[in-house]
Design a protein around this ligand. Sequence first.
Ligand SMILES: *[C@@H]1O[C@H](CO)[C@@H](O)[C@H](O)[C@H]1NC(C)=O
Ligand SMILES: *[C@@H]1O[C@H](CO)[C@@H](O)[C@H](O)[C@H]1NC(C)=O
Ligand SMILES: *[C@@H]1O[C@H](CO)[C@@H](O)[C@H](O)[C@H]1NC(C)=O
Ligand SMILES: *[C@@H]1O[C@H](CO)[C@@H](O)[C@H](O)[C@H]1NC(C)=O
Ligand SMILES: *[C@@H]1O[C@H](CO)[C@@H](O)[C@H](O)[C@H]1NC(C)=O
Length: 345
Amino acid sequence: MISPVLALLVSFLCHCVIEGRNCPKPQELPFSTVVPLKWSYEPGEQILYSCKPGYVSRGGMRRFTCPLTGMWPINTLKCQPRICPFAGVLENGVVRYTTFEYPNTVNFTCNKGFHLNGTASVKCTEEGRWSHSLPICSPITCPPPSIPNFATLKLHGTSAKNISFYQDTAGFDCLPHYAMFGNDTITCTENGNWTELPECREVKCPFPTRPDNGFVNYPANTALYYKDKATYGCHETYALDGPEEVECGKFGTWSASPTCKASCKIPVKKATVLYKGEKVNIQDKLKNGILHGEIISFFCKNKEKKCSYTEDAQCLDGNLEIPSCFKEHSSWAFWKTDASDREPC
Ligand SMILES: *[C@@H]1O[C@H](CO)[C@@H](O)[C@H](O)[C@H]1NC(C)=O
Ligand SMILES: *[C@@H]1O[C@H](CO)[C@@H](O)[C@H](O)[C@H]1NC(C)=O
Ligand SMILES: *[C@@H]1O[C@H](CO)[C@@H](O)[C@H](O)[C@H]1NC(C)=O
Ligand SMILES: *[C@@H]1O[C@H](CO)[C@@H](O)[C@H](O)[C@H]1NC(C)=O
Ligand SMILES: *[C@@H]1O[C@H](CO)[C@@H](O)[C@H](O)[C@H]1NC(C)=O
């Protein structure tokens, strides 16, 4: 058994040996580590602060000894991030960054017409160097355009050079007898290739058939091709319904197939009518009738108002319908006023 006196003595002796107070866990400083790190240090024990990787000391003490007071001295150590070289300019591109310090990244993008040659982002490393070499923006180029079969190069945005740049164009013409399918102009794209090439295909049209009561002329060749032309005409008293000239189209058909239509006799002996904007007498000027498609206007009477108005009649392939309001004068009724002489309604 230990006597109370002995216990008192032991505790007194211990107090004498320790004498000073213990230091607590040291203060944490940003971006730094402490070795050794403990909850308690005896007086005389040493600790060492060091900056974490990527950070460097910018003044302040690093080494401390636990004093007898048990209180660590105030630490003014400053650990600051390493700074990578300036990377804020990219010709023909844009740089996105906050700072060039560890551990930040910097992003790069190129303007339209340029492609990123290198990495899209770099990171500032612990050593204060960029993780990759800085990229550049290189212009987008296309190889010389290929030329479709049966085509010729019409225009080339950069004919002097062998290189084409983004949005340069090249155009093509097809050889005679060949028709273009697709766009005749190609463009250098942002992928460094050209838009789709057009195709030139040989196109033949059948020989045109002669219209009834008319004729058709075309080149005396063994075949008729794209863009060849044919001209139509009609025999006397017949009129062409359609254009005089037709063209062989890219789908192997003619632009039109005109026909010849009969003219119309006017089944009235005597009357004044409007023809091509003028008052004419049928018996004098229109004895041979009018051509297909032509219009004459007959004068009609409004009995109540004692005035006149006109109604049109059109010649359609030999048929002319006289307006029902028109009344032909008997040749002996010389005292009656003709409708065409009355006041217009
Ligand atoms: C860089 O790009 C990354 C991924 O797109 C993004 O998370 C980051 O915020 C960008 N940094 C800057 C500074 O724009
Ligand atoms: C990338 O840049 C290098 C160096 O300037 C250059 O030689 C190379 O041709 C470029 N590559 C492309 C695909 O633009
Ligand atoms: C362009 O290319 C052709 C053949 O592909 C070559 O003969 C010519 O020397 C080149 N011209 C230039 C300016 O590079
Ligand atoms: C042909 O391509 C050009 C440019 O590549 C474009 O502007 C044009 O609209 C295109 N034409 C047709 C008919 O698609
Ligand atoms: C051009 O290249 C892009 C990407 O490689 C591809 O998707 C596209 O089909 C190409 N265009 C042509 C006309 O070859």
